[in-house]
Design a protein around this ligand. Structure first.
Ligand SMILES: NC(=O)c1ccc[n+]([C@@H]2O[C@H](COP(=O)([O-])OP(=O)(O)OC[C@H]3O[C@@H](n4cnc5c(N)ncnc54)[C@H](O)[C@@H]3O)[C@@H](O)[C@H]2O)c1
Length: 430
């Protein structure tokens, strides 16, 4: 029996399960952060679900967004997940070296209690990595069925009202939709035939959607951006929403570019470069994996500047994105943007942006928000593609037409959806 979003309050204690497929830097920074916040030794900075106020509210009587939408409380989250390599969430967090050692030791018991389940690995999709703790099944269909079994067992063990699955595994090599991805029957037959166009992330997505779980793709890989997944997410009323968290450089790009276009300034070039030294950086050192990231990083600017409408301003734009793996920096990414602007009479100008950020520190609050908003959307009866969640993604997903990339327009859409969700509010009380 598939897990249903509408398990009644009487049947459960109202907890939300969060399954992380891939228990590396961003997943463990999320879990450690939630534990730190629960223990009162950290604050949820960067999280809309925890800090934003309800829209259009009298400022003399502000209402927290979490109350307005009746979001799940962080005390009611239960974490588990899968990984293809051994170790607990504590071991992975220590390897990722995002959380400082003294805080990590304080959170150790909670993190050590989370032992990811064996995952699914395909070396064709992850060439700069290895898989050492894997499910025994060798057929993709059976692997996906085993994942469904894991989801059901997790839900029953913790008596969860709802489960959300977040794909946080390493970036898979670039791929495009193929014949196997066009519909449920074809996809199922393709899994049984171990079709090489089916990536592991698609098996997690298929299993989650079959179980009626909302699914979030934190990575740039294709995963749910496929007809079969849209069909499943609508059939099972399970939200899906986009690709690749909009954390650092692209977030700033989608803030700056709309302002440049609104002033009708030209752009001759936008050169974006990054150095980072975490495991994600090592994986992206493989050109085939980087291609997935590059596609997702490049897409925003064209959509915002619209060179087809303004050929004089943006028709010759040279947009380049580079990521260099540079181990000394670990998770502390540094990015440089050089923007070659054209002003009155075509005179050139430059903007330089140098962002010294922390990759997973930016990503963790987005993961939390996406888990809570997806769960709330599902309770309000919304399945399929959630275009209003574009705010959080480098590559937003749309049912049809062009995705919106301008951050301020995305924020307006977010607020409009919050109002609809608040009206529908099928939330939970603490
Ligand atoms: N850190 C950021 O700011 C950020 C922003 C946007 C997107 N992302 C994306 O999020 C993903 C995770 O980033 P990270 O920094 O946590 O990477 P990471 O390398 O620290 O963690 C990835 C984890 O996934 C596991 N894994 C790989 N393939 C798997 C599979 N098939 N099944 C289960 N587990 C699998 C790995 O063993 C590893 O533990 C990457 O794809 C990255 O591009 C990260």
């Amino acid at each position: 029996m598939p897990l249903k979003a509408s398990v009644s309050r009487a049947e459960s204690n109202g907890r939300l399960g969060v399954l992380l497929a891939g228990m590396g830097a961003i997943s463990t920074t999320l879990i450690a952060g939630i534990e730190a916040i629960k223990q009162g030794v950290g604050r949820p900075l960067g999280s809309l679900s925890q800090l934003a106020l309800a829209p259009d509210i009298d400022p003399r009587h502000p209402v927290a967004l979490s109350d307005y939408l009746r979001l799940d409380r962080i005390e009611n989250l239960v974490f588990s997940g899968w990984d293809i390599n051994p170790g607990t969430a504590y071991d992975a967090a220590r390897r990722a070296a995002v959380i400082e050692p003294s805080l990590l030791e304080q959170l150790r018991p909670q993190l050590e209690a989370i032992e990811p389940m064996p995952g699914i690995y395909d070396p064709r999709y992850l060439r700069r990595g290895e898989g050492r703790r894997l499910k025994p099944e060798t057929n993709q269909y059976e692997q996906a069925e085993a994942l469904r079994q894991d989801i059901r067992a997790f839900q029953q063990r913790h008596q969860l009202r709802q489960v959300v699955v977040l794909w946080c595994g390493s970036t898979e090599v670039f791929s495009t939709p193929g014949p196997a991805h066009q519909g449920q029957r074809i996809f199922e037959a393709a899994m049984k035939a171990n079709d090489p166009s089916i990536a592991p992330s698609m098996l997690y997505a298929w299993a989650a959607l079959q179980e009626g779980c909302a699914f979030v793709n934190a990575t740039p890989t294709l995963t749910v951006d496929l007809p079969v997944m849209i069909e499943l997410s609508e059939a099972h009323r399970a939200p899906i929403c986009g690709k690749d968290l909009k954390t650092g450089q692209t977030w700033l790009k989608t803030v700056l570019a709309p302002g440049i276009r609104q002033r009708m300034l030209g752009v001759a070039g936008w050169f974006s470069m990054n150095i980072l030294g975490n495991q994600d950086g090592a994986v992206l050192d493989d050109p085939a994996a980087f291609r997935s990231k590059e596609e997702s990083k490049l897409s925003a600017l064209n959509h915002i500047l619209q060179p087809e409408l303004y050929p004089e301003l943006y028709g010759h734009l040279s947009h380049q994105v580079k990521i260099n793996y540079y181990p000394p920096r670990g998770d502390n990414k540094e990015s440089w943007d050089t923007i070659d602007l054209l002003g009155w009479l075509g005179y050139p100008m430059q903007i330089k942006v140098n962002f010294l950020c922390r990759d997973s520190i930016l990503a963790a609050p987005l993961l939390l928000d996406l888990a809570l908003f997806s769960a709330a959307a599902q309770r309000a009866g919304r399945g399929g593609v959630q275009e209003w969640l574009a705010f959080f993604f480098k590559s937003p997903q749309v049912r049809a037409g062009r995705p919106e990339h301008d951050l301020s327009v995305q924020y307006q859409h977010l607020q409009a959806a919050w109002k609809e969700l608040a009206e529908a509010a099928v939330g939970v009380t603490a």
